[in-house]
Ligand binder design. Structure first.
Ligand code: ATP
Ligand code: MG
Length: 137
């Protein structure tokens, strides 16, 4: 079993899609190992996305991620990292396959409803950024 880190981003949370997204998560066979609602500060969002610090959209991205509450989660499944990225779909909702979460719930490349770790090392950093061992059951 492999763990990945996921976020229901502020756009999807504010639009009331958290319930539908969680239903999909359970339907697809993930186990929810940890979950909590957070309202990230700008500094917390910048720390989380530090790898993107030099990208032109860093300011816009961290403003958006600190614009409202989100749900942070640790999900577990066979091949969990790849499986969750497949369920999310492409970064740009307009290019995401039909049936994917970003296609259904995202509205732009910035406001794209969900986040998922892209590799085992990233997942380890991202899980540790938000969760202590005691919160992962
Ligand atoms: P994530 O890391 O959120 O799962 P991803 O791996 O598909 O998404 P990245 O390239 O890692 O995409 O970009 C991280 C996030 O930055 C994207 O999810 C998106 O919200 C935002 N982003 C990416 N490209 C742009 C862009 N050109 N303009 C605005 N925001 C962008
Ligand atoms: Mg990424």
């Amino acid at each position: 079993m492999e763990r990945t880190f996921a976020i229901i981003k502020p756009d999807a949370f504010a639009a009331g899609h958290a319930g539908s997204i969680l239903t999909r998560i359970y339907q697809e066979g993930f186990r929810v190992v940890g979950i909590k609602k957070l309202f990230l500060s700008k500094i917390e969002a910048e720390g989380f996305y530090a790898v993107h610090r030099e990208r032109p959209f860093f300011g816009e991205l961290t403003d958006f991620m600190s614009s409202g509450p989100c749900l942070v989660m640790v999900l577990e499944a066979e091949n969990g990292i790849k499986k969750w990225r497949e369920l999310m779909g492409a970064t740009n909702p307009a290019e995401a396959a039909s049936g994917t979460l970003r296609r259904e719930f995202g509205s732009s490349v910035g406001e794209n409803a969900t986040h998922g770790s892209d590799a085992p090392e990233t997942a380890a950093f991202e899980i540790g950024y938000f969760f202590s061992g005691l919160e992962l059951l």
